[in-house]
Design a protein around this ligand. Structure first.
Ligand code: 13P
Length: 253
């Protein structure tokens, strides 16, 4: 049975002290929160807070992920963080191909593929983002766009490698805008993605792949979205910055 996953992408938010407070509050609240046994909680704070977050994770019920990784192995790449470095800190997950990386840092599908390869070499599970911008949705190109992102970013993998992939469908027009995809819109694309995976890797791999929804997901809409047959959880931005909201979402299955 595929996992339910709720991952919090902190993006570029919180000072060190605020980060400490937030994780502390999440740990405290988790003591009295009934998480479904099949639900995985992942915190993806900024790089400088990964070590602190991992320390907390040792005594709690969540896993830790990074928000990005270099497509290079090592060397003269000032400011970059390699998969080997993340591995040496025992990280479990890493977001790749977020629309903000694609939009502001020119991350192409080929770069996504290279980053995924680096992570898999180090046994870190990639959370690979895909999703269309508003103009693409308005011209009904969302299926073509998402298909191209997945085919070019992931379909060079073997079935065994692919079994480590988590996919996050994040329509760009819904990110940080307060506009959420309707549950039907989310289900339609999630089913489309699962079908693509089934065609390439077979039904078993497809059935075992967790596909998350992201984009203005909050406590008031999570239940309805997560109730869709092919939605296995969420990649949460704004709402993960408040412990109470993040955990309300994590218990919305
Ligand atoms: P929001 O939840 O703030 O819309 O962000 C979603 C997102 O981009 C998560 O990666």
């Amino acid at each position: 049975m595929r996992k339910h996953i709720v991952a919090g992408n902190w993006k570029m938010n919180k000072t060190f002290e605020q980060a400490d407070d937030l994780i502390n509050e999440i740990v405290e609240k988790l003591e009295t929160t009934e998480l479904d046994r099949n639900t995985l909680l992942i915190l993806c704070p900024p790089f400088p807070y990964l070590e602190m977050t991992s320390d907390y994770a040792n005594d709690s019920y969540f896993m830790v992920g990074a928000q990005d990784v270099s497509s290079h192995k090592e060397g003269a790449y000032t400011g970059e963080i390699s998969a080997a470095m993340l591995d040496s800190m025992d990280l479990d997950y890493c977001i790749v191909g977020h629309s903000e990386r694609r939009q502001y840092h020119g991350e192409s599908n080929a770069m996504v593929a290279a980053k995924v390869d680096q992570l898999l070499k180090h046994d870190i599970k990639p959370i690979v983002c895909c999703g269309e911008v508003l103009a693409e949705r308005e011209s009904e190109k969302q299926f073509d766009v998402v298909k191209q992102q997945i085919v070019e970013g992931l379909f060079h993998l073997s079935a065994e490698q692919f079994s480590n992939i988590v996919i996050a469908y994040e329509p760009v027009w819904a990110i940080g805008t307060g506009k959420t995809a309707t549950p039907e819109q989310a289900q339609e694309i999630h089913a489309f993605i699962r079908n693509l995976i089934a065609e390439k890797y077979g039904k078993e791999v497809a059935d075992n792949t967790s596909i998350l929804y992201g984009g203005s997901c909050k406590p008031s809409n999570a239940k309805e979205i997560f109730a869709q047959a092919d939605v296995d959880g969420g990649l949460i931005g704004g709402a993960c910055l408040k412990a109470v909201d993040f955990l309300a979402i994590a218990t919305s299955f």
